[in-house]
Design a protein around this ligand. Sequence first.
Ligand code: HEM
Length: 483
Amino acid sequence: MNRPAELDDIQGLVRFAYGHLKQASFVMLRVKDQKQEAARAWLAKLPVTSAIDANPPPPQALQVALTCEGLQALGVGDDILQGFSLEFVAGMAGDDNRSRRLGDVGDSAPAAWQWGAANKMPHVLLMLYAEPSGMAAWRQKVVRGATACFQILSDLETTDMDGREPFGFVDGISQPKLDWQRRRATQDQELEEYAELSCLGEFLLGYPNEYGLYTDRPLLDPQGAAADLPRAEDVPEKADLGRNGSYLVFRQLHQDVAGFWQYLDRQAGGDAQLRTRLAETVVGRTLDGKPLVPSEGLNGFDYRGDPDGLRCPVGAHIRRANPRNGDIPAGKPGLLGWLLRTLGFDAKAREQDLIASTRFHRLLRRGREYGEAIPLDQALADRKAEAGLHFICLNANIARQFEFVQSAWLTGTRFGGLDREGDPLLGDRSPDLNGAATDHYSMPQAFGACQRLEGLPRFINVEGGAYFFLPGIRALRYLVTAT
Ligand code: HEM
């Protein structure tokens, strides 16, 4: 019998996007020299909001996450740090190879980031959510006293753009649904049907994931204060420091709104309808969020009826970010064809191997927009303004989820059998290893040659980023009081 999920110990962001709290502030702190004890005491008192149901929903919320450097600065020992995943310990900007795979090159390289690299690495992330009228008071209450022991490294504001991201598309439509009741079978079986439901262990440590396995995390002897931590389900003699926690990926993504619309306008020869159609083909949804393939509602679809990408190009942003039924590559119909493709004897299927089973690569997105919403006519008139997305996602395995999606599916230039092209929104546009250009976007046509957008500029640049641990509430207390 599965133990129910401990909602009172899970930070609320795992369950709720806090969409009713229109304003968010992300405050990044660094522990001041010689202030470790004071910083720990300050963190121990924070009123962290849990995932428990509240009716009415809370008028404000606070979430707390820590980087590996943060845990170190707070005095957490190596014996515990070694229990976290390698990517978390290395950090998003930890080595050049990782940066290259994530597309963090050129102007988006960590050396140019506003935060997240070298001595601008945050230790603690405070995520504050409130109604606009209540934010100042909430912030004052939470952040009071922080400057005695912390330096405020970054104070990132957000903007409510009414459910749209700065290019103007409705965002946040497709999300995995977490199996809070723990009813989903957790076996690595052949699941052909695309489903929204994900095992808790894909997003929370300490629960079985889609392979039926528990992701590695720090397990401790249940002595002293560790006795108050939840016991590990898979190793009951151990206290589970990871249980009810998640990894939080944060990237500050600057969007060149004027550049995006002006480029598409040039490609459309100034034709407004065509310009919109091209933009929608790039994303894979209309501006209002409707998918380009037939769908029940906004999210009841997969790409089986469109194997060649005639309606929604294979390289469109949402098709890359979640290929849905992509684990069965396109090819000849029938049982024999299916077997050949699935067993890997089909050349085209082998080529498309990068589209692995999507259920192992889901992300729970919790981002917020920032800057100024720029109306289309002003973007076309070259009005430059700061705007972008504080991209935030939760996952239990950074390498298999965020890094795989970002590198193989979005930055990768051979996704889905495509020939040297990256994600039209997020590709890094750098030439491939043979020096060939990757800055184009293919839009297959039912009749005639495939249409291509050429010379796509980089519309989205990375201006900061880090991997955080969003601990369970008991684990947070343990980390700042007992270690
Ligand atoms: C500024 C950068 C970005 C913009 C403007 C953007 C825009 C969008 C839009 C408009 C949608 C469709 C609405 C929806 O389904 O929610 C979408 C979906 C999605 N995006 Fe992005 N996105 C950005 C960055 C990223 C990044 C960095 C990732 C992952 C590493 C990502 C992963 C996804 C996923 C998983 C979906 C849902 C796909 C589906 O399930 O159909 N996005 N994005």
